[in-house]
Design a protein around this ligand. Structure first.
Ligand SMILES: [Zn+2]
Length: 244
C-alpha cells in the first residue's frame, strides 16, 4: 500500500520546500467521534492525519476521544457549545458564551492547548477571525464557493491555496463531502488530481464517517478511496498541527 509523504521539519510542521504534489487537509465536524475513532487504522495505514472538531459539552467520553485522536497524531479543535453561528453577536460575547465553556471543560478533563476552531455552518467574518485569532491559530470555514450542489470542485479557484500562501492563510476554506453536497468520487478525485498537479492545498469538511452515508456525513469507502488516491498522487495528508 502506498503511503502519503509527510515531510516535517524539527518543529513538526510541514517543510513546504519538500512538498511536490500538494497537501490534502481533511476536517471533520460535530463531535462524531464514535465514527472517527474506528477509522484511525485506515488513516495510519496511509500515513495520513486529519483534524476533528467538537461541538457541545466536552464530556469525559468526548475528552477521552480527543486524547485518543491526539495520541494517533491527529489534530483536534472546537466548534462551539451549541453550534451557534458566528453572526449577529459580538465576537467577545460569542467567545465567552459559546467557546470558553468548552475550553474549561477540556481543561478539567486534561485536554490542554486547543488551537483550532471550525466555524459552525461555515459562517464567519473578518471581525470574528481577527478577534478569535488571540485564542486560535487556525480556522476552518467554507470555501466561499457559491455554486449549486453537485458542482465540480476542480473548476473553481477558491478551494485551492498555493503552498507559499499557506503560512499566511489562517482561515482554511473547504468543500463538503457527503450525499448532501453531491460529492461523487469522480468529483473528489478530479479535485485531488488538480491539487497534486498544481502543488496546492485542498481542504474538505465532513461530519460522521459511516458505513452507509447520508446527509452531510461521508462514507467509510469514500474516505479510504480518497486516502488511497492522495497517496497514489504523492500528496501529503496533514492535520492542522502540521500546517505551517
Ligand atoms: Zn457543525
Amino acid at each position: 500500500m502506498k503511503k502519503a509523504p509527510l515531510p516535517l521539519n524539527d518543529s513538526g510542521k510541514i517543510d513546504l520546500s519538500r512538498v511536490r504534489h500538494g497537501i490534502l487537509v481533511l476536517t471533520f465536524d460535530d463531535a462524531r467521534y464514535e465514527t472517527w475513532l474506528p477509522q484511525m487504522d485506515i488513516f495510519a495505514s496511509f500515513n495520513a492525519r486529519a483534524t476533528f472538531f467538537y461541538h457541545g459539552e466536552i464530556t469525559a467520553e468526548a475528552a477521552d476521544s480527543m486524547k485518543q485522536l491526539r495520541a494517533g497524531a491527529h489534530s483536534v479543535g472546537l466548534h462551539t457549545t451549541s453550534h451557534k453561528d458566528a453572526a449577529d453577536i459580538s465576537p467577545e460575547t460569542y467567545y465567552k458564551e459559546f467557546i470558553l465553556p468548552q475550553i474549561e471543560q477540556c481543561r478539567n478533563a486534561g485536554v490542554e492547548d486547543i488551537r483550532f476552531f471550525a466555524y459552525p455552518n461555515n459562517r464567519h467574518s473578518e471581525e470574528f477571525d481577527l478577534y478569535l485569532s488571540r485564542y486560535f491559530s487556525r480556522f476552518r470555514a467554507g470555501s466561499g464557493v457559491k455554486a449549486p450542489k453537485g458542482f465540480r470542485i476542480a473548476d473553481f479557484e477558491e478551494p485551492f491555496i498555493a503552498l507559499e500562501k499557506l503560512p499566511g492563510n489562517k482561515v482554511m476554506g473547504g468543500c463538503g463531502i457527503g450525499p448532501f453536497y453531491e460529492s461523487t468520487q469522480e468529483n473528489l478525485d478530479s479535485a485531488l488530481e488538480r491539487a497534486a498537479q498544481e502543488n496546492k492545498v485542498l481542504t474538505f469538511f465532513s461530519h460522521a464517517i459511516l458505513p452507509v452515508p447520508h446527509g452531510v456525513h461521508m462514507a467509510e469507502a469514500t474516505l479510504e478511496a480518497m486516502l488511497a488516491k492522495a497517496a497514489e498522487l504523492g500528496m501529503t495528508v496533514a492535520g492542522f498541527n502540521e500546517l505551517p
